[in-house]
Design a protein around this ligand. Structure first.
Ligand code: PLP
Length: 374
């Protein structure tokens, strides 16, 4: 019997293109995968929450770029952070930097303390402070280097050694530098996380997060939380991040060069009180940056402008080529007055502006700051 229209509409749009040799990766939107006669599934794809081709591509790619064995992708950077915290047990303690992406601190404060985790925020640039703050139940030392938004650095190798001596793990949020400029697993860290929303995506049009690591036992825990919790990225989002990965090196190299030149210009401007950029010799941990960061200092900086909060805010909106918006890591330059987004318990100076430098021509970027400051 010839199938009726309704049936034909379904069968005629089936995927018969598996043999097509497309150079660019197709987007596999399918939520489910066909089972074979013997009960097996091709390439082990069963159901898209568990695994799908677009996700697998970026998980393997980011793991390779970070020199890791295992990679897991999530629907946002915060979903990746949550997954790590969910792998801990009630009663565990975590050391957090005093300068950190404020939402991570809020996640501890507002969600995980009621699940029985405790935390302390400390100066992660001081090894003696870390040694003193570590407790018998400390399970994780959380490192964000450079830190958001004050660009304090932490010594990944030394902190990993302290963590291991105390049976704890060292987790590094490598969002700001990407594996182009820093590979924490090579320095002894146990787990690396990223908000792939930033440099991996690179175009401010996708949210994502990733966890990469080498330990098989921890990896299987992360995998099961990923699949059971379901905070996974959509295939289209994975496809966008995969496309971003192809130009990551080119973009961040250019962005870092621009950031360095802008930092030098701003440091010499009379209206600027301080520039926080690890590439400058004036940065108190410049030597650590040279030692632990590869081939570049990144494209993020923050500055303290002489003036009141109101004046500083006004300067940031006078810029033509730096959009006043949150987030970072896209091809376009952004500025943000951090204190006003971080909430009442923010310790960020009120005259601090965070700058995410893009791929525009550096002459235009410098001229823009010159006109805004004058
Ligand atoms: N880590 C850092 C350093 C960040 O800057 C951000 C976001 O700004 C995150 C994690 C969280 O990522 P997402 O916004 O993708 O959830």
């Amino acid at each position: 019997m010839k199938p009726k229209f309704e049936t034909l509409a379904i069968k005629s749009t089936e995927n018969n293109f598996s043999e097509v040799k497309s150079v660019s990766i197709p987007i596999y939107l399918s939520s489910t995968y066909k089972r074979n006669e013997d009960g097996t599934y091709n390439n082990d794809f069963v159901y898209s929450r568990n695994d799908n081709p677009n996700r697998q591509i970026i998980e393997k790619s980011i793991a390779k770029l970070e020199n890791a064995t295992y990679g897991f992708a999530f629907s946002s950077g915060m979903a990746a952070v949550s997954t790590i915290l969910q792998s801990l047990k009630t009663g565990d303690h975590v050391l957090l930097p005093d300068d950190i992406y404020f939402t991570i601190k809020n996640l501890f404060k507002e969600v995980f303390t009621s699940w029985g985790l405790s935390y302390n925020q400390i100066d992660m640039s001081n090894l003696e402070t870390i040694k003193t703050a570590i407790k018998p139940n400390t399970a994780l030392i959380w490192v964000e280097t450079p830190s958001n938004p004050q660009l304090k650095l932490s010594d990944i190798k030394a902190i990993s050694e302290i963590a291991h001596k105390n049976n704890a793990l060292c987790v590094v949020d490598n969002t700001w530098l990407t594996p182009v400029f820093q590979t924490p697993l090579n320095l002894g860290a146990d787990i690396v996380i990223h908000s792939t929303t930033k440099y991996f995506g690179g175009h401010s049009d996708v949210l994502g997060g990733t966890v990469v690591l080498n330990d098989e036992k921890i990896a299987s825990k992360i995998k099961s939380i990923q699949q059971l919790n379901g905070a996974v990225p959509a295939p289209f989002d994975c496809w966008l991040i995969g496309r971003g990965i192809q130009t990551l090196h080119l973009r961040v190299t250019k962005q870092s060069e621009n950031a360095h030149k802008l930092a030098v210009f701003l440091e010499n401007h009379p209206k600027i009180e301080q520039v926080n950029y690890p590439g400058l010799k004036s940065h108190p941990q410049h030597n650590l940056a040279v030692k632990q960061q590869n081939k570049g200092f990144g494209a993020m900086l923050s500055i303290l402008i002489k003036g009141t909060e109101k004046e500083v805010f006004k300067i940031s909106t006078k810029l033509k080529y730096f959009t006043s918006a949150t987030s970072l890591g896209g091809v376009e330059s952004l500025v943000e007055h951090r204190k006003s987004v971080e909430g009442p318990d923010s310790s960020t100076p009120s005259n601090l502006i965070r700058i995410s430098v893009g791929i525009e021509h550096i002459d235009d970027l410098i001229a823009d700051w010159e006109q805004a400051l004058n």
